[in-house]
Design a protein around this ligand. Structure first.
Ligand SMILES: Nc1ncnc2c1ncn2[C@@H]1O[C@H](COP(=O)(O)OP(=O)(O)OP(=O)(O)O)[C@@H](O)[C@H]1O
Ligand SMILES: [Mg+2]
Length: 478
């Protein structure tokens, strides 16, 4: 065949969903005049998703018909939507028209619903149609054939009027494939995944005619601004070019440590893991690194355990005036207390904060904050490798603290592959208990520069954390 199909449009025009992250999954948005099924158990977020898309369209000058299968009025629905920032009561009913299809379905069956849709669409010249309650229609269908006919009526209408159509159904996302699913242009599944007692909302595009999508599960959150989708980090960045490190020194903030590196600092753009026992000085060391920030070269301290106030107080004990750094805008604290954090959300927040602050130095204290996010178990190393690459690509020099092992489990928390997925350099901190607790530092690996093989003592003083400068006698051969 040499002649291209003359009916085929050259490029499919898109209808942006306007739901953060969703258009990225879809390769740019829904296809105009496409018919989509949004499927998920009750409470999955279908109604919120659809309304968010509708109000976003309205804000761009679009017109919407929203058909529910509710018998009661829409007051209840509006009450729920009112809590969402995207809801604009002024747009109802001029730009977005809510209609109940309940009576039509009860009195005239599916044909009645189709008739209602046609009339509504014609009158309102809508470019988006939502049918919230496809299951109700499916139950009313006399046969599978009937339902297919109903869907094909809707499709014909969508194409004729250029109206993008969403069919919401509360079938569980894992229901076997049905006739209507084979007919439509795309299927979005919304589910909740259990990780022990925790639940994480997920969305998956299982079918999408017309373009590639980001495959697999992607986490999303429902909040006051509606739905935010976090495209699975490693899949969203799979085509990122590799980030490079540069052999320019960035001071660790501790002269004795810089001294152990031939470059006299860590390479710019590299990621250094500070691995050590609890209490070995990881956070204090990281605070020294952050305290080197200047307005020309700002720092970001991304933490999970201590609040910014507490970190500044720790800094004061070691003679670091972090509050002054913060006040002049050269140091920003971003604190994400451990809780129901989502892995991808954290990664995007970190990168957003890097972008917003223009940070050149980044501290992540600690990696444990990521490890505790539910999805880490399944994705760990791929996720870390991708996060590390994005940090390198941003050109920032990163320190990431990690607890070496959990004393209760006597096992390493971070596997060796994870460590190499994440870090270019490894600095080990050790505690030695005796009459006095002593601390020791050694470099486990350093990419691109020679480094001392010695183990040097770490001394915590009111003047700061120092490494093996004062008393070379405490150096031990590593
Ligand atoms: N402000 C909010 N913050 C967080 N979650 C919210 C908020 N408002 C609603 N939710 C959650 O959104 C969900 C309801 O979403 P929605 O009504 O869109 O579900 P649905 O898939 O349409 O369900 P159904 O099949 O019953 O119609 C509930 O699980 C609720 O917990
Ligand atoms: Mg609903």
């Amino acid at each position: 065949m040499t002649q291209p199909d003359s009916d085929a449009p050259q490029t499919l025009s898109r209808l942006p969903a306007g739901v953060p992250g969703l258009d990225e999954l879809l390769g740019g948005g829904l296809i105009k005049a496409g018919v989509y099924i949004v499927q998920g158990s009750p409470g999955a977020g279908k109604t919120i998703l659809a309304n968010q898309i509708c109000f976003n369209q309205v804000a761009r000058g679009g017109r919407v018909v929203y058909v529910t299968m509710l018998a009661e009025s829409h007051a209840r629905l509006f009450q729920h939507l009112q809590a969402m920032s995207f809801f604009d009561p002024a747009a109802v009913p001029q730009s977005i028209h809510y209609v109940s299809g309940f009576n039509a379905l009860r009195d005239e069956g599916l044909a009645g619903v189709v008739k209602l849709l046609r009339t509504e669409m014609r009158e309102s010249k809508a470019n988006v149609l939502v049918l919230d309650g496809l299951v109700m229609a499916a139950t009313a269908a006399a046969s599978e054939q009937d339902l297919k006919l109903f869907i094909s009526d809707i499709q014909a209408h969508a194409v004729l009027s250029g109206c993008t159509t969403l069919l919401l159904t509360s079938d569980a996302a894992d229901r076997p494939v049905s006739a209507e699913q084979t007919m439509v242009d795309g299927i979005l599944l919304m589910r909740e995944r259990a990780y022990g007692p925790r639940r994480e909302r997920n969305i998956e595009v299982v079918k999408f005619r017309g373009s590639a999508t980001l495959r697999g599960n992607h986490a999303f959150r429902i909040g006051a601004d509606g739905i935010v989708v976090y495209p699975r980090f490693e899949s969203a960045h799979r085509e990122s070019p590799g980030g490079a490190i540069e052999l320019k020194p960035v001071s660790t903030g501790i002269p004795g440590l810089d001294d152990m590196i031939a470059l006299r600092g860590v390479p710019e753009g590299s990621i250094t893991a500070i691995s050590g026992d609890a209490g070995s000085g990881k956070t204090v060391l990281a605070l020294h690194f952050a305290a080197c920030a200047s307005v020309a070269s700002p720092a970001l301290f991304f933490s999970f355990y201590e609040s910014p106030e507490f970190l500044m107080q720790i800094g004061r004990e070691f003679g670091l005036d972090l509050a002054a750094r913060e006040a002049e805008g050269s140091l920003t604290f971003a604190w994400h207390p451990l809780g129901e954090n989502m892995l991808d959300e954290l990664a995007y927040r970190l990168l957003d904060a890097v972008r917003q602050t223009g940070a050149r130095r980044v501290v992540i204290d600690s990696l444990g904050g990521f490890l505790l996010a539910p999805a880490y178990g399944e994705r760990g190393d791929l996720f870390l490798a991708s996060l590390a690459n994005e940090l390198r690509r941003a050109g920032v020099t990163t320190l990431v603290t990690m607890e070496e092992s959990d004393p209760r489990r006597e096992s390493r928390l971070v596997s060796t592959p994870s460590l190499s997925a994440l870090s270019d350099n490894v600095l080990n901190l050790r505690l030695q208990h005796g009459t006095f607790t002593r601390r020791f530092a050694s470099i486990g690996k350093m990419r691109g520069t020679r480094y001392s093989q010695q183990t040097r003592e770490v001394v915590l003083t009111a003047g700061g954390l120092r490494i093996g400068l004062d008393d070379p006698a405490v150096d031990h051969q590593g």
